[in-house]
Design a protein around this ligand. Structure first.
Ligand SMILES: *[C@@H]1O[C@H](CO)[C@@H](O)[C@H](O)[C@H]1NC(C)=O
Ligand SMILES: *[C@@H]1O[C@H](CO)[C@@H](O)[C@H](O)[C@H]1NC(C)=O
Ligand SMILES: [Mn+2]
Length: 378
């Protein structure tokens, strides 16, 4: 009993203990060299609070009605929530906001690279988030037209820079079908492009092979869009895949057909032989002298690094390897880019996939900032 009363007495003192916070006036000295932190209460720049945009970039209503004045921008992020063109697990319609969620720790004021010493958010380009394209889930034909129109509208707005007047777009997918409207848009402003296609699958399948061949509608999907882009004359025969490892459906035909669509292949395990610099050199050599579209299917990463995707294939690259290869492409004329096939519902509590996808987007922004490109306005 004596013991118990002892304990109770101890508990009483513990409860009575008060934590005294310093007075708020103690925060009134400038904390940062810029004085930005004055009062410790600068509420103007949210970090994982407020309405979510990619990297807390300013939101611009890029799709506003034609007679509305929209503030100019140079690089636009736009979401393409579409996943009804998949042949395996669906879920990429939630990719755009998943990638934004993965970017919440990224901030324009806090993005100085320890590798390059640069902060791509604070150079010549005004980078904005346009939100998502409104796409119907009930009819792919209509949805892809809506996305084509979205790209048309966003790329036809004024650049903030007076010299490089055609804004470039980075699309957050969406399944890989969403790259087709993006390529139609780059064709309008920049002509045919070489595609650097990071993926575990070739995605040049003939619609008659992948899609059953029973309707045109079925033939337009996330495994055939590069065939269609080739057919429409949107891409050059100096295109290249990187990270390929998934099996093909026909021993000879698929690979032969892939070549005729303008592609060569760096396979996933080529990295073990030629190293990251070897891969970078192969990509640079292939697209030399042309304008480039970079499409990153997140399934290029091993499922250990990107489990949240529709058609996962083991034996892929690590996040660090992919980022090193992407950053190694600096100096290219990148006229459009995307990160696709992010299906957040399969992610883990550590948000492995969306964190990787957001950093890939950051690298793509970097490539665009490093090399401004002149396009033709419409
Ligand atoms: C946009 O253009 C204006 C006028 O040229 C310039 O002062 C401003 O710095 C630009 N904004 C960004 C974010 O680059
Ligand atoms: C690519 O196309 C160009 C122009 O049509 C042609 O001259 C060239 O031989 C082609 N290259 C390959 C590798 O097919
Ligand atoms: Mn793909």
């Amino acid at each position: 009993m004596a013991r118990l009363s002892h304990l109770l007495a101890f508990a009483a003192t513990a409860i009575a203990r008060e934590i005294t916070f310093p007075p708020v006036s103690g925060m009134q000295e400038p904390l940062g060299a810029t004085g930005r932190m004055n009062l410790g209460m600068d509420l103007s720049e949210p970090l994982y609070s407020g309405l979510m945009t990619f990297g807390s970039l300013p939101y611009v209503h890029c799709l506003a009605a034609a007679d509305t004045t929209v503030e100019p921008y140079d690089i636009a992020i736009v979401g393409a929530p579409f996943d009804t063109g998949v042949t395996a697990r669906p879920g990429a319609r939630y990719g755009p906001n998943g990638i934004r969620q993965g970017s919440t720790r990224m901030h324009a004021q806090f993005s100085w690279s320890v590798y390059t010493g640069r902060n791509y958010f604070q150079e010549w380009a005004k980078v904005v988030d346009c939100g998502d394209a409104p796409l119907t889930v009930l009819d792919n034909t209509i949805a892809l037209k809506q996305l084509t129109k979205t790209h048309e509208v966003i790329s036809a707005r004024k650049g903030n820079d007076s010299e490089f007047t055609v804004p470039r777009i980075i699309t957050l997918g969406g399944d890989h079908t969403t790259t087709l409207p993006a390529l139609r848009s780059t064709f309008t402003h920049f002509g045919p492009v070489s595609v650097i296609h990071f993926d575990s699958h070739i995605d040049t399948w003939n619609p008659d092979v992948l899609g059953g061949g029973f309707s045109h509608y079925a033939g337009v999907n996330h495994g055939t869009f590069l065939h269609i882009a080739h057919e429409e004359g949107l891409i050059l025969n100096s295109s290249i895949h990187a990270g390929i490892r998934a099996p093909v459906s026909n021993k000879k035909y698929d690979i032969h057909h892939d070549k005729s669509c303008g592609f060569t292949i760096v396979k996933a395990r080529d990295l073990d032989k030629i190293g990251m610099q070897g891969v970078i050199d192969a990509l640079k050599e292939r697209v030399k002298g042309t304008k480039v579209y970079i499409s990153v299917d997140i399934d290029v990463l091993d499922p250990a690094f990107a489990p949240a995707t529709g058609t996962a294939e083991v034996g892929g690259w690590t996040t660090r390897e992919l980022l090193t290869i992407l950053d190694g492409l600096s100096g290219m004329e990148v006229v459009g880019a995307d990160v696709v096939e992010v299906a957040p519902i399969y992610d883990n509590p550590g948000e492995t996939t969306v964190l990787a996808a957001a950093e890939v987007v950051h690298s793509l922004i970097g490539l665009m900032v490093e090399k401004p490109v002149k396009g033709k306005a419409t």
